[in-house]
Design a binder for this molecule. Structure first.
Ligand code: GLU
Length: 477
């Protein structure tokens, strides 16, 4: 009988950390300082709902304050617990360091089934939770900046921002207390799609390096690659949509709560998502593919790229050996347990790790925070100036052609693209693309440059831990 016992999520992250620090030259004291979670605040509060007082439990965990503010989402789910919040806050520290977002790591969570409450009730609960955190500076533009995570989105972030503003009426930077707000409430264009977009940019960057693609026993470009996507929430939906609509990938299966939908020809992701919206989030009856009632089994389908984009721990010791995908991109946080990671490494599966793959969210959160602090939309000053300069060139080219009878005509498509100045969305995408490319290259240097590093996750940890260590050292620690 195989031993399928596994450490918890927090221990799993620590084991991955240990694997990396063994290859580094840190003093034991500094190593311990970086590893430990600085603090976790637990709050239990009551809200009067449906005629009685309901008690909720929430957490805000701060893993590392080597840079402030600390950053990380707030999750609403029944599965939230201290171990999970602490593991996720540690991942935030390393994620921010890897993509050079100048933040420490934090995470929050509330034990709640968001589906069990209507909008007004959820607003009362969210505001009360926010109140508890704000009064302890656990939500603060300079100290602790939450964002959306599983079970939360723009709506909850707008309530939190408003709650902070009500409690801090003279704080001119109040809006920067939380990111992931809707654009009309101080948010930024492209934040909702950001994590999925980041997964797309990460894969594009991976496929720019034929040696890396070969390590995963794959060939060629992203076009035509067969994907299995687990979870069609915000991250999985955007990643699957962009990769299938813009990069020519074929999503051959989507796994959800009620099983998987499989179609070898490739699924129409937008159509599937619309169907889910009309059918209470269920996919079983979707007519565009074959239903497989045992969803997790579909993780083992024959495909090129597996994209876990939902919960942690879905690839574990019990199924790792059966995973056929040669390449896994971790769109979720912690989808692979430490035990599974060892099995997959042994098999030669290439894993693009969570702390890099899903960093698009926090990267665009960083842009939103900067926007809020600068009190001006990106592109507002330069967009029209850029357009005027482009127009000058086009007019001059057309004049030259006419004067000299050269008969040049600029393609209409080129002209319209060239004449368009960058708006906020274009700038956000450009900043995100740059971030994902640069972070990949820093990981890759370690992956290829050292004989003792054989996987991207260890490389990512080494880059991140080294940066955190440097910050601590420069503070005299
Ligand atoms: N919750 C997201 C994450 O896990 C985003 C965090 C943020 O934007 O601060 O990375």
């Amino acid at each position: 009988m195989k031993d399928l016992a596994e450490p918890g999520f927090r221990d799993s992250v620590d084991l991955m950390f240990d694997r990396a620090v063994r290859l580094m030259d840190l003093s034991p004291g500094l190593e311990q300082k970086i590893r430990v979670c600085n603090s976790t605040y637990t709050v239990r509060f009551g809200v009067r709902l449906r005629g009685k007082i309901e008690t909720f439990t929430g957490y805000r965990s701060v893993h590392s304050e080597h840079m402030e503010p600390v950053k990380g989402g707030i999750r609403f789910a029944m599965s939230v617990n201290q171990d999970e919040v602490e593991a996720l806050s540690a991942l935030m520290t390393y994620k921010c360091a890897l993509v050079e977002a100048p933040f420490g790591g934090a995470k929050g969570g509330l034990c709640i089934d968001p589906r069990a409450w209507d909008e007004h009730e959820l607003e009362a609960i969210t505001r009360r939770f926010a109140y508890e955190l704000i009064k302890r500076d656990l939500i603060h533009p300079a100290q602790n900046v939450p964002a959306p995570d599983m079970g939360t989105g723009e709506r909850e972030m707008a309530w939190i921002a408003d709650q902070y503003a009500r409690m801090n009426t003279t704080d001119i930077n109040a809006k920067a207390c939380v990111t992931g707000k809707p654009p009309h409430a101080g948010g930024i264009q492209g934040r909702v799609e950001a994590t999925g977009r980041g997964v797309q940019f990460a894969l594009r960057e991976f496929f720019r390096h034929p040696e890396d693609v070969a390590k995963a026993n794959l060939k060629g470009s992203l076009a035509g690659k067969r994907l299995v996507v687990q979870g069609l929430g915000n991250v999985g939906y955007h990643a699957a949509k962009f990769l299938s609509e813009e990069d020519g990938c074929r999503v051959i299966a989507v796994i959800e709560r009620d099983g998987a939908i499989v179609n070898d020809e490739g699924l129409d992701i937008e159509d599937l998502r619309q169907w889910m919206n009309r059918h209470e989030g269920l996919i079983a009856q979707y007519p565009g593919g074959k239903h497989m009632p045992d969803g997790p089994k579909a993780l083992e389908l024959d495909c090129d790229i597996l994209v876990p984009a939902a919960l942690e721990g879905v690839i574990h010791k019990g199924n790792a050996a059966a995973i056929k995908a040669p390449l896994i991109i971790e769109a979720a946080n912690g989808p692979t347990t430490f035990g599974a990671d060892e099995i997959l490494r042994e098999k030669g599966t290439v894993i693009i790790p969570d702390m890099y793959a899903n960093a698009g969210g926090v990267t665009v959160s960083y842009f939103e925070w900067v926007k809020n602090l600068s009190h001006i939309r990106f592109g507002r000053m330069q967009r029209r100036a850029e357009e005027s300069r482009s127009a000058l060139i086009v007019e001059e080219l057309e004049r030259l052609s006419a004067d000299k009878n050269l008969g040049w005509t600029l393609a209409a498509d080129f002209k319209s693209k060239f004449l368009q100045g960058s708006d906020e969305l274009a700038l956000v995408r450009s900043g995100l693309d740059d971030t994902m490319r640069t972070a990949y290259q820093s990981m890759r240097e370690v992956w290829h440059g050292r004989d003792d590093v054989t996987d991207l996750r260890t490389a990512a940890y080494i880059v991140a831990i080294d940066r955190v260590a440097k910050t601590y050292r420069s503070k005299g620690l």
